[in-house]
Each structure stands twice: as C-alpha cells, then as structure tokens.
Design a protein around this ligand. Sequence first.
Ligand code: 3PY
Length: 335
Amino acid sequence: MTRVMICGDLVWAHQECKDMFNGIADVVAMDSPDRAHFLANLKPGGKYEGIVGIYRHNVSADFIGIFDREIIGALAGSVKWIAHNGAGYDQIDVQACKEKGIIVSNTPGAVDDATATTALYLMISAFRQYSLAERNVRTNKWKSGLHSGKAHDLTGKTLAILGLGGIGLRLAELARAFPMRIVYHNRHPAPNAPEWAEYYPTEKLDEMLASADVLSVHVPLRKETEHLVDETMIRKLKKGAIIVNTARGKVIDEEAMIRALQDGHLGAIGLDVYPNEPEVNPRFFDFPNATLLPHMGTETCDSQKKMEIRALTNLKDFLQKGAGTDVVPELKGLL
Ligand SMILES: O=C(O)C(=O)CO
C-alpha cells in the first residue's frame, strides 16, 4: 500500500485523516526524536521507507529541524509531495524541492480569519495603549503612564497593507468597518481587491507610506522580502505611525524598528512574529508602546482544524488526482 507520513502531530483532524486515507494509503507518524534518527530512517529498510507524500507542520522542526537542503536531499525519490500546514513555508527549501521534482503545497485561506484578527487586535492595542493598560492593572499601577494624548481612535485613520493576499484582504474588510481608509501595495494590483482599497504601485510606494497611520505587514518571507521594511521604508512613514507584523519577523529590520521607537518616529508597534522565534529581543520589553504576542496568529481550534484538513486534502488530492490545489507559486510550473 502507498505510504504517507505525518510529520508534526495532528491535533484536531484525526478522524478526517483516517477517513481521507482509508483504503488509499498507510499513514506513518514521524516519531524521530532528532534529525540523525530521522535521516537514518529515510534510508532503505528504515521506518519511513517508501513514503510518497508528507504532511508537515512547523512543530516537527523542534525535533528534526527545518526542511532544509539536507533533509530534502535525503528524501527518497518516491517522495513527490510535501503538504505543509501553514501559510508561510519559509521552513522548507523550495529551491531544493524544485531541483528534486517535489511539489510543496501550503494552506492559504484557512489562516486568513485567525491571522487577520490577530493583526486587528495588535492594531487596536497599539492605537489605544491597551497592552500597557493591562500591564498596569496587573501591577496595581492603574492609569500611570497612560495618556489620552497618545491614544487614538481608529475611525478615519489610514491602514496601509503591505501584501494584499488572503490575510491582508480579511484585515482590510475588518478595518473597513470602523471605517478606516484602506490602501495597499503589491507588485501588481490584487485581482480580488475591493474597489474601496486604493492600490499603490512601486512608483507610488513612498506616497502610500507617508499617508499611513498604520502599516500592517503581510508578505511571505523570501530572500527578496528579508528586511523589506528597512530603515528607509520606516522613515518614510509619518511620525507617530504604527507598525503591525503578523507575517514573519525577518521581513522587518528589527534594529531599524527599535531605533525608530527609541527616537519617537514610530508611535507604537504590534508584533506577533520575531526573527529568531521563540527568542524575543528583550529591548522590546522596555517600550510601553509595544504590544507583543508569542506567534499566535492561527492559535484557534477552528482555524487549526481548517488548516490540518486543508493540508491533508492537498496530500489526498495528490494521491487520487495527481495534484492538490494549493501548490506554492514558485512550483506551479512543475505540474
Ligand atoms: O500559517 C503560518 O504561516 C503561520 O505563521 C501560522 O501562524
């Protein structure tokens, strides 16, 4: 029987997994305690021999590390599909997969609600000083250090979205309810952008930044997007602007962001992601105007179940129809 591997525990979709692969594949759990054990068991005679597809979750990196060139190189020729659970697939060396003819899929759509509401929470907290206010209550400081002069309504403010994909679009819809003015930058106009979302192409990016009260980052981490939000971009925001990041920490130059908080150019920040998670730069703890979360963009049972099912469906569709629907853009040409 065909074999597929679950690499990183399933939490919510056990029954769905059983139903989906019943009669079409044996499901093998990756239970290696470390990378050496994993690599050894990919070899002929090892417990993962003969697998053709892999369901992968980032939690597996805690044991075997990320799917870098070493791991991709060690996968048997039988492996043709990696169904990643998550929107961001920066923990998989997609170029190495391409060279080996392995397709990678992700779970766009399934993450949109939970991640957009996380960005919304960070934005509201940043505008209204709610993070500091909560810290105050817990330490018996009441309104100490809270000034209405530093807090703002969201109504009428401009939200600039860097990367209007599924998450950015959901955030735009939520923020529109205040109402906020919505502007966005993509390399090309987003095909499903509503008419009220104003598009700023690269030539007009500076204009967008200068008009933004808050910049929310929603681009995937790739070589080209590492430190995309750099000193220059941050300084083009108006004084007192807010930055929110629920995408990936490395998309922003963290040192530049800290400098801009220190000299007051940025009014506040809201972060769910950091360059070297789970480490958080302790310098952020000194800023009363920083709202910080431990990467919980999709930490809801509803969304995580959707994500597990979407990743498993990609794997099942690969087995039954030759391809899943959510192939990552870099590999679409391989099909
Ligand atoms: O889906 C992703 O890429 C995430 O980061 C989940 O929070």
